[in-house]
Structures are given as structure tokens and as C-alpha cells.
Design a protein around this ligand. Structure first.
Ligand SMILES: [Zn+2]
Length: 91
């Protein structure tokens, strides 16, 4: 399952909000309740790099994730550049 952070802007009241979800789905405005706003932007958070005690951990949202990313540790690197290179090589 992929994991996304979706960015929304309400067409009716210009309110902005973000929501994390397993798809790029429509959402309702938190302020005025306008229905079915589509995200104008989405970040793919399926695989992320998290710094942890001087190392960089590559995390992936597994296929079983539904309502939370449920990240699993894939591997650890000593530099952020190495972790990025790894993600590039696997995607
Ligand atoms: Zn609104």
C-alpha cells in the first residue's frame, strides 16, 4: 500500500489542510464542509528516511497498511546521501 500526504485547498472558503492517507482521495473541507475537494498536491510517503541517533533509517509502508502507514524498517545507513541513493536504486 502506498502512503500519501495530500494537500487540499477549499474551493469555497480557501481553507487549507493536509491529510495522510493510503490514496490520493478527495476530502471534505474541515471548516465549511464543502464536499469532494481533490488534493492539489500529494507527497509520496510510502518510503521515507528518518534520522535516528546519528544514523539514517529507511522506512517503508507495507502492503498490509490501511489506516496508518505502519512503517517497517528496511535498512540503516550512516549518511542521508547513502539512504537517498538506496531509495533511488530500488524505486
Ligand atoms: Zn471550505
Amino acid at each position: 500500500m502506498a502512503w500519501f500526504r495530500n494537500y487540499y485547498e477549499c474551493a469555497r472558503c480557501d481553507s487549507k489542510w493536509t491529510d495522510d492517507w493510503s490514496c490520493m482521495c478527495d476530502d471534505d473541507c474541515r471548516r465549511c464542509g464543502a464536499r469532494h475537494m481533490s488534493p492539489y498536491k500529494s507527497d509520496d510517503l510510502t518510503e521515507i528516511i528518518k534520522s535516528h541517533g546519528g544514523t539514517f533509517v529507511v522506512l517503508r509502508s507495507p502492503d498490509t497498511a490501511e489506516h496508518t502507514p505502519d512503517y517497517c524498517e528496511i535498512t540503516t545507513f550512516s549518511t542521508h546521501a547513502q539512504a537517498q541513493a538506496y531509495l533511488k536504486s530500488v524505486s
